[in-house]
Design a protein around this ligand. Structure first.
Ligand code: FEO
Length: 169
């Protein structure tokens, strides 16, 4: 596994936080009794917070990392579609919609809440199975590109900015 000095590693710290969130929602969804309206509503509120944070992570990466990387590649006349499309297929918006839909399902009879529960559980599993390799890809493909096209000092500054935007200290 490649290893980067911590001060220029822009992905590992935010991704540790994102993996914690994944762990959190796995625990929550496993322990939720979907027959119980209060349980379900509480889960939805937690998921809403989780996906808001995941979405913020994506936006920070788009703005501060991919945007900057694209500029560097453009300056070097290199076109790399992976850099443009890296967040086009990670289903975050779909997940946010599914969570918002849940509030309507919470008002329905018990059996229907269970149907929603199964759907939500599967969607979360699916999301996780896509998102974990996505983060690996960023660490293994984009971090080396950053090392190549940014100066060490630029990357140090970028890391500070990225961490600050995430509100992680
Ligand atoms: Fe770091 Fe694009 O998730």
């Amino acid at each position: 596994e490649p290893h980067w000095p911590e001060e220029v590693d822009v992905f590992t710290v935010p991704h540790t936080r994102m993996k914690k969130l994944i762990h959190l929602y796995n625990n929550l969804v496993t322990s939720t009794d979907f027959r119980d309206k209060i349980h379900l509503t509480c889960l939805l509120q937690n998921l809403h917070c989780v996906f808001t944070e995941l979405k913020a992570h994506e936006q920070i990466e788009n703005t501060y990392i991919m945007g900057e990387l694209r500029n560097k590649l453009h300056a070097a006349s290199i076109r790399n579609p992976a850099v443009c499309n890296c967040h086009s297929d990670n289903r975050l918006t779909e997940m946010q919609d599914l969570v918002m839909d849940g509030y309507q399902w919470a008002e329905k009879p018990q059996r229907e809440r269970q149907v929603y529960g199964r759907k939500l559980r599967m969607a979360l599993e699916d999301f996780t199975q896509n998102f974990l390799p996505h983060m690996d890809m960023e660490e293994q493909v984009f971090q080396p590109m950053l090392m190549e096209y940014f100066s060490y000092e630029e990357l140090k500054a970028l890391k500070v900015k990225v961490i600050k935007q995430h509100g992680i200290s």
